[in-house]
Design a protein around this ligand. Structure first.
Ligand code: HPA
Ligand code: ZN
Length: 336
């Protein structure tokens, strides 16, 4: 079996995926037309040409602009359904998917519109391809803590369709502590907690996410390497890092994939996972991320099996659900 077929056959979870980041330029144009939204681009090629980023903020400016074409419940349905089809084709069996409600509520599009679209697509995709998916509500960290609390209150009627809360958007200058109250409210309602930290920000933001927000996983976390004690803590406590190799190169966190610290952290016992972040913008879905990093860091099949196992262990599935998928991974590993 070639490497791509081997990776595809391994049951995997995708744990760091922004649904708004799966908006391909073709769909952006389709929805702009359907909804009468003006785009600052003339063609799909112009859009792709604009995807040259110098850092996180230069990406976010385009990403929030793109999301403006999402208007109706059907738009959110289509976005989610197409992503889940794509993920299932890559061998993703479980997806825990970020969405950014404030990007939509700020434009006057309310929770009923996107939640009904997302959940209907998730239910249909489960029936169609057997893929399991749940939603993680992300607070935008460039906005005030009070805005996150207000967003949480708007989300409460939909809390049974949301498994966790997260934190995204511009990191530097926006440490996690401001969001402690919003996380406390979500935690009291029984939701899980994750947070982006240590993508561009310092190790202190990872520590803040763990200790102040109660984050159970850290999204990105690549900058933990600047603090060896933190790396030891992450390994000892089995705190997952949801890494996104192609994103890190596109946003210049690393100059080249060959410089990525994923393998070093794996060797140091950190529970690292591979994910696609915003695949429409960063040039590849989950299988492409596995393939690119495997090639760049010379990962062998044992490493790939460990990464697939890590992704399942890092999910919020129940122990029996995890055991079932891990057994399937072992069967593929034994046969491959
Ligand atoms: N980092 C922070 N915010 C984001 C990202 C990211 O990688 N993708 C979408 N919003
Ligand atoms: Zn992200």
């Amino acid at each position: 079996m070639d490497t791509a077929s081997f990776i595809r056959a391994l049951p995997k979870a995708e744990l760091h995926l922004h649904i708004e980041g799966t908006l391909e330029p073709e769909m952006m144009f389709e929805l702009a037309e359907r909804n009468g939204v003006d785009l600052p681009f003339a063609t799909v090629d112009d859009v792709r040409a604009a995807y040259e980023f110098s850092d996180l903020q230069s990406f976010l400016d385009i990403y929030y602009q793109g999301a403006a074409v999402l208007v109706t419940e059907q738009d959110f349905y289509d976005l989610m359904f197409v992503y889940l089809e794509r993920a299932a084709a890559d061998g993703v069996r479980r997806a825990e998917i970020f969405f950014d409600p404030q990007t939509h509520t700020e434009r006057g599009i309310g929770f009923p519109v996107f939640m009904d679209g997302f959940t209907r697509a998730i239910d249909d995709a489960r029936d169609r391809w057997g893929i399991s998916a749940d939603l993680i509500l992300c607070f935008l960290r460039h906005l005030p803590g009070e805005a996150a609390i207000e967003t949480w209150h708007q989300a409460v009627p939909y809390a049974d369709r949301i498994i966790g809360v997260g934190l995204d958007s511009g990191e530097v200058g926006n440490p996690p502590e401001r969001f402690a109250e919003a996380y406390r409210l979500a935690g009291d309602a029984g939701l899980h907690a994750v947070a982006h930290a240590g993508e561009e920000g310092p190790p202190a933001y990872i520590i803040g996410a763990l200790d102040t927000l109660g984050a159970e996983r850290i999204d990105h976390g690549v900058r933990c390497s600047d603090d060896p004690e933190l790396v030891e803590r992450l390994a000892a406590d089995r705190i997952p890092l949801t890494m996104c190799p192609l994103s890190n190169v596109k946003l210049r966190v690393f100059d080249r994939l060959e410089d990525h610290n994923l393998k070093d952290l794996l060797d140091r016992g950190v529970l690292v996972t591979i994910n696609s972040d915003d695949p429409a913008y960063f040039g590849g879905y989950v299988l492409s991320n596995y393939l690119a990093i495997a090639e760049a860091l010379d990962l062998n099949r044992d490493d790939l099996v460990t990464l697939a196992r890590n992704s399942i262990e890092a999910t919020f599935l129940t122990a029996p659900e995890k055991a079932g998928l891990l057994a399937e991974i072992d069967a593929v590993a034994a046969g491959g």
